[in-house]
Design a protein around this ligand. Sequence first.
Ligand code: PLP
Length: 441
Amino acid sequence: MNARTKLPDLSHLWMPFTANKQFKADPRMLTGAKGMYYTSADGRRILDGTAGLWCVNAGHCRDEIAQAIAHQAATLDYAPGFQLGHPDAFEAASAVASFMPEGMDRIFFTNSGSESVDTALKIALAYHRARGEGQRTRLIGRERGYHGVGFGGISVGGIGPNRKAFSGALLPAIDHLPHTHDLEHNAFSRGQPAWGAHLADELERIVALHDPSTIAAVIVEPMAGSTGVLIPPKGYLERLREITSRHGILLIFDEVITAYGRLGAATASDFFGVKPDLLTMAKGISNAAIPAGAVAARREIHDAIVNGVQGGIEFFHGYTYSAHPMAAAAVLATLNLYRRDRLFDRARELSPAFEQAAHSLQGAPHVIDVRNLGLVAGIELQSRDGAVGARAAEIFQKCFDRGLLVRYTGDILAISPPLIVEAGQIKEMFDTIGAVLKDVR
Ligand code: PLP
């Protein structure tokens, strides 16, 4: 049966981060998913090269998670999180804490990465204020950083188009570090590039300009995903940690993509051996089966805020759906699954073969860089004159037509499969991309 004849009315849905008119003229619809595959509306199997949006780390439609959600929906559909609790909320917080770096075991639940980022920025401000340093209000992000779409997130974020229409209304006290991308020095690096640790020293310049006493926090993605997979240079994160600590500035790692196994460890913090003060997460925390997110805080930060007032509400922040019962159930089931199946170890064990397969594209038409870490690869293409993104968009479509889901930003392809991926599927992904690269001008 022709799927096009069964399409619903497409006019009412205003799609997020989508070329709406283009999509509606030629829609790509997904109707099912299991394990490593989506099913498209025309009945084809699509190999998921991107874990959805970097989030379905345990693969699709896992029975354990689906059953936990279904059971909760029928048992406790909703419980207010303000002045009331339910056991799974506390158990989910303990489970999350058990995956976090030591001492980062105070957990605030949200529903998304954007909410986690804005929550973390507010915790940073509240922390300094509770300690009598309320003048520390400046937040430092990084060029090309993606921290979701809240006003806090786009203010510290560094992706031009995400800020442009809102530029008059961004947070006032913001500055940005330079990004770390440099093909002249780092093209075709395997793992962390050798060049670029010194770019963290730019923080000293920013600190000198504003005075450390005015700066609340620095926020970075330890590995920048959405902008097109930028791997931190060796020594870079260590230097950021050293400079922020020396000046009493909090360091926030936005681990919405990297937490829960993407790099072959529970967190990027674990992977790199650099501990932030606050860590944001979402996506993999619930295997994306239901919206969920969280911020992990160092115990001292939590204690400074919570013990900083005599009585009453200590932190005026929270969501109707913070630790929603179904999200809490999904988080518990997901984290059990990660542990039971040792999926982060699996990601680590697969990463050398993944690296090898990704770098097989060096020398393929249009490819100007391949970079990788854990189970993430970025493949950067030469842009067509005057049409940035056009070549990658065409490749995305052709891969989809051949049964492979990839992601692209500008002219960078990103591959980040579920951690259950098999060696043969890794080969298939990069072979398909290689074949498509030969097929586009
Ligand atoms: N932070 C990072 C590092 C992300 O990659 C994303 C989403 O890709 C977000 C925040 C925003 O998450 P959400 O789309 O769940 O709001």
